[in-house]
Design a protein around this ligand. Structure first.
Ligand SMILES: Cc1cc2nc3c(=O)[nH]c(=O)nc-3n(C[C@H](O)[C@H](O)[C@H](O)COP(=O)(O)OP(=O)(O)OC[C@H]3O[C@@H](n4cnc5c(N)ncnc54)[C@H](O)[C@@H]3O)c2cc1C
Length: 487
């Protein structure tokens, strides 16, 4: 049968999704492949029909669900099953695409060449919490919010929070080295991974390190797998570091009439040896969009607002708060809101967390980008992004983890329009060139996936890319692990 290829540029996600679905050819695996996979995972843990599979062929990027080879979804329940699936895939040269909650923005779990989607929702157990060692042992499908709640019972804390902790998984977080607002003080996922159980491309199961706080025994395979986006191996179990839960916290929302004043305040705070747990920024357009979507009383006439969270010993909090207020006032803060209780803290966080959903009201598509620069260049980056939006006529909203030099511009646009698509592609390339020219790079926490793969040479030298490709060959000589992504 002739292969169908969707070349229609107007097809995209959203309400044309159904049309797109109809256009995808009914590509199912042959009976013997399905029977073999059923033998491994059982009949209840497999989806092979077009309607069922389709739902798993998207993530939070704007990549079209457009594949020309059969796809199936399997739900392994243990490491042995993962290993047997990968052995089967290896023997039959089939792609294997690991998938957590599918919330990544980079097209990281798109089955571009068809294959077997490994969905980890049935490997979602917290196997052990060890308060003595300050560790927990988890399966990859554990939802981050569930982990945070479970360790909280022991007065422990797992800080990485990719802003959607109610759904995103530990496995996805490890594969992307996800960050989130608290990276500023506590680091990203990479700082919490101690040891991994992984399945290699031929089905071999191994551990990357040891279950100790320190380890310099051989190469650091653990950190090689962290951030490798499922292109080297499948993570089937992880030993994660925990920290004692901070005793108290509070949240401040500080408004400014200029972006520079907001940036200068962050510099002042750092220069005075204060380390808030969060220093995020939202610009005027984002503030107004949030207010239109879910009014919480944000001040819509201010150019920017800093969301600052402080935590630590109860006794230290008033000092931190007063000092930060005073430093922000020195930098012309226009208005300062200090949460007086948990409800007020939550209200501020709700506003921040709803930013992405709010932006989705502006146009049929919202694309969240992720660029990072040295902190000192954040003002230049933000202004440059604004200019790019104006140059290409695309609604551009700025928010991000300013404390880390990490900006997430949101672009609201209509991807059904081929001219808009073209303009956005140009904007995107210039955005990455801008970040690199400021000493930054293509992604701080969302990863590369298939969306940014073609821009890697902007940030990495030929030699660096070459050694990465050689490493990929060692792990995955037949290119079956999440193919079509950055390696
Ligand atoms: C509203 C919103 C806000 C966000 N904010 C942030 C933020 O502030 N910071 C941030 O860092 N991210 C953010 N993200 C991006 C995303 O949520 C995170 O990257 C998250 O960690 C992805 O987890 P997931 O379970 O959805 O992974 P998925 O999207 O399912 O997968 C991500 C990648 O990991 C691979 N993978 C998944 N499981 C495994 C496994 N077991 N073994 C090997 N590879 C695997 C996949 O193949 C894919 O390449 C946000 C997303 C949304 C929608």
């Amino acid at each position: 049968m002739a292969k169908y290829r969707n070349t229609n540029p107007v097809l995209t996600r959203g309400y044309v999704g159904y049309y797109n679905f109809c256009m995808i050819k009914d590509l199912t695996f042959d009976k013997s492949t399905i029977t073999s996979l059923k033998k491994i995972v059982g009949s209840n843990n497999i989806i092979t029909d077009k309607e069922g599979v389709y739902a798993y062929t998207f993530d939070c990027s704007h990549t079209e669900s457009n594949y020309n080879n059969p796809v199936m979804v399997v739900f392994p329940e243990n490491t042995k099953q993962v290993s047997d699936i990968v052995k089967f895939a290896h023997a039959n040269n089939l792609p294997v695409i690991p998938r957590g909650a599918g919330t990544n923005h980079a097209g990281g779990c798109m089955p571009l060449h068809g294959g077997i989607i490994l969905h980890f929702s049935k490997m979602n157990k917290i196997l052990d919490i060890n308060p003595g060692d300050l560790t927990c042992r988890v399966q990859p499908g554990v939802v981050i919010g569930d982990l945070q709640k479970a360790v909280d019972k022991f007065a422990l804390y797992y800080p990485p929070d990719p802003s959607n902790l109610a759904v995103s998984t530990v496995g996805g977080g490890i594969a992307l080295s996800s960050g989130g607002p608290r990276t500023f003080k506590y680091g990203s996922v990479k700082d919490y991974v101690i040891n991994l159980e992984i399945v290699l491309a031929d089905g071999t199961i191994l551990h990357t390190g040891s279950n100790t706080a320190k380890n310099v025994t051989g190469l650091n395979l653990t950190q090689l797998i962290v951030g490798s986006e499922g292109t080297l191996a499948i993570v089937t179990e992880a030993l994660m570091r925990l920290i004692p839960k901070p005793e108290a916290k509070n949240v401040l929302l500080v408004y400014f009439n200029t972006l520079d004043e907001a940036v200068n305040s962050v510099t002042s705070i750092l220069n005075h040896h204060l380390v808030p747990s969060v220093v995020d920024i939202i610009d005027k357009k984002t503030i107004n969009t949030i207010e239109d979507f879910m009014p919480t009383g944000l001040l819509c006439d201010k150019e920017a607002a800093l969301l600052i969270e402080i935590d630590g010993d109860t006794a230290s909090l008033p000092y931190q708060q007063e000092k930060i207020i005073s430093l922000c006032k020195d930098n012309n803060a226009a208005h300062i809101v200090c949460a007086r209780n948990k409800q007020e803290q939550e209200k501020i966080w709700m506003a921040r967390r709803s930013a992405f959903a709010a932006c989705a009201k502006l146009a049929p598509n919202v694309i969240t980008e992720d660029v990072v620069v040295p902190r000192s260049k954040i003002s230049e980056l933000s202004k440059g992004i604004e200019k790019l939006g104006e140059k290409y006529g695309i609604i551009t909203l700025i928010m991000g983890h300013i404390g880390d030099g990490n900006i997430h511009p949101n672009f609201a646009l209509d991807l059904r329009d081929s001219d808009t698509r073209l303009r956005f592609e140009k904007l995107k390339k210039e955005l990455f060139e801008l970040a690199v020219s400021l000493g930054g790079t293509l992604s701080g926490e969302h990863g590369i996936g298939c969306q940014k793969a073609r821009y890697l040479n902007l940030a990495l030298s030929t030699e660096t890319l070459d050694i990465m490709k050689k490493i990929k060959k060692v792990f995955d000589p037949d290119n079956i692990m999440n193919p079509g992504k950055f390696l």
